[in-house]
Design a protein around this ligand. Structure first.
Ligand code: ATP
Length: 458
């Protein structure tokens, strides 16, 4: 069997996501709303595991980072000061032939003439600026005075609350404020599944420091973030660091790295790590008239801290995890014949379900009772799934396809019917190697937990 092309691979991934309940199109029964997605029962678990792990590594395991959960609706003054009201726009072009709305950078150029990528049309409008922010009104009056925006990034509430957080946390530079939350951008062309959406989640850290520490911390955070992706199972070979050149960088940034991933549809940004100098705090200090300075007790100096920002997308990372994990290989069916199996090779730490539990036969009461006891034993420690229907091979296959790393089967040996020494032991099957080992039920928790947390490789 030849390997599927990247386009076929992506099609299979999208179809698996829907079929198994990772990702659905938003408002699907009404024809869908472009650029918006709903996460199904497995998608929501995967997303929570990703966000929880980010929070653990970026906040709980550090002394120098605290969290924030800011509001989504944002005062227009905040986004004026940050530059979003004036400048958060993409140049947009319409094709008069096929009526496509396009971003300027999507046009294709043939023999020096710009063309529509959909129909090849050359009758294009002039570029006009299109602001990507969603606007709404707060309160009853729908006029200029009541405008608010849905935040286009989570970062701004961190800058605006900088002084409050500093006072209550009593942190010394360098220290960071982390946030995970929704952001909204009215993207001109949402595409590549969830990669470019109009509503998405970000995981952002604003790490405040003294000016002379900025460049060094930029390197530090780039490395930390690469480690993070490796720890959730993304191979280093598929990650790339792009040193964003001067002409593409925001004017206030002294250095920016894009961490990119090889998606089946090309190499694209997962996260930006940017040294933003003191631009954001200075802007908000100027616009609000409130001091956002930091008093350094050692040097008795007042300064506006500089900031390094690792800003990652939850949805893009989740898509990368699915693309990275997706594989087709050969496995024996119940008759011992080899067939193609689809498997999501998630790292156990982020897999939506950690362990599936199967009684060999559903009509043998003692097997079912034992299997349900194991469900209760494991449930306080991990997400589990009980399945008694169908041939055992089919049940394994269903779990492989959603990335469940471990399967426990209760068989007649568990009941001690064949060999008394095997009483109260089960087979523990590993998703990737498909190897089976015999484990005592009482040892299951201590066997599985280190493998899930990643302390022991299997
Ligand atoms: P792009 O160039 O792809 O539009 P960006 O450079 O504008 O992205 P940032 O403003 O740096 O993105 O946002 C930080 C992160 O938020 C991105 O690296 C990405 O993971 C995520 N993100 C940004 N826009 C979207 C979107 N429309 N859909 C999904 N995730 C997004």
């Amino acid at each position: 069997m030849s390997a599927p092309s990247d386009a076929q691979r992506m099609e299979k991934i999208v179809s698996l996501c829907k079929r198994r309940g990772f990702i659905f199109q938003s408002s699907e029964i009404y024809g869908g709303l472009n650029g918006l997605w709903d996460y199904g029962p497995l998608g929501v678990e995967l997303k929570r595991n990703l966000k929880d792990y980010w929070w653990r590594v970026m906040v709980h395991e550090r002394d120098d980072v605290v969290g924030l959960d800011g509001s989504i609706l944002t005062h227009p003054a905040v986004l004026k000061a940050s530059g979003h009201v004036e400048g958060f726009s993409d140049p947009m072009i319409d094709c008069r032939t096929c009526k496509a709305h396009l971003r300027l950078d999507q046009l294709v150029e043939k023999k020096g003439i710009k063309q529509c990528p959909s129909c090849g049309g050359k009758d294009l409008t002039e570029a006009r600026q299109f602001n990507l922010m969603f606007e709404t009104h707060v309160g009853a009056a729908a006029d200029e005075s009541s405008i608010a925006y849905l935040r286009p990034e989570t970062a701004q509430s961190i800058f605006v609350q900088f002084k409050n957080v500093l006072e209550v946390s009593r942190k010394k530079l360098p220290f960071g404020i982390a946030q995970i939350g929704k952001a909204f951008r009215n993207e001109i062309n949402p595409r590549n599944f969830t990669f470019r959406s109009r509503e998405f989640e970000q995981m952002e850290l604003e790490y405040f420091c003294r000016p002379e520490q900025g460049m060094e911390l930029l390197e530090y955070w780039k490395e930390e973030r690469l480690k993070f992706y490796e720890n959730i199972g993304i191979s280093r070979a598929n990650l790339h660091v792009r040193n964003v050149p001067d002409e593409e960088r925001a004017f206030y940034s002294k250095g920016t790295y894009d961490i990119e991933y090889d998606f089946p549809f090309g190499r694209h940004e997962l996260e930006g790590v940017a040294y933003r100098t003191d631009y954001d705090l200075s802007q908000h200090q100027k616009a609000s008239g409130k001091s956002l300075e930091y008093f350094d007790e050692e040097t008795k100096e007042k300064l506006i801290p500089h900031v390094v920002e690792p800003s990652a997308g939850v949805d893009r990372t989740l898509l990368a995890l699915i693309c990275e994990g997706y594989a087709e290989d050969q496995a024996p069916n119940d008759k011992g014949e080899m067939e193609t199996r689809t498997v999501l090779r998630f790292h156990p730490r982020i897999a939506p379900i950690k362990c599936a539990i199967f009684p060999l036969l559903k009509n043998k009461e003692p097997l079912v009772v034992k299997a349900k006891e194991i469900v209760q034993l494991l449930r306080p420690h991990m997400t589990v799934f009980y399945d008694e229907s169908g041939a055992i091979g089919r049940r394994y296959r269903r779990q492989d396809e959603i990335g469940t790393p471990f399967g426990v089967t209760v068989d007649f040996e568990t009941l001690g019917e064949k060999d008394a020494a095997l009483r109260d032991t089960v087979t523990l099957r590993d998703r990737d190697s498909m190897k089976q080992e015999r484990v005592a039920i009482k040892d299951l928790v201590e066997t599985l937990t280190p493998r899930i947390r990643g302390f022991i490789s299997i």
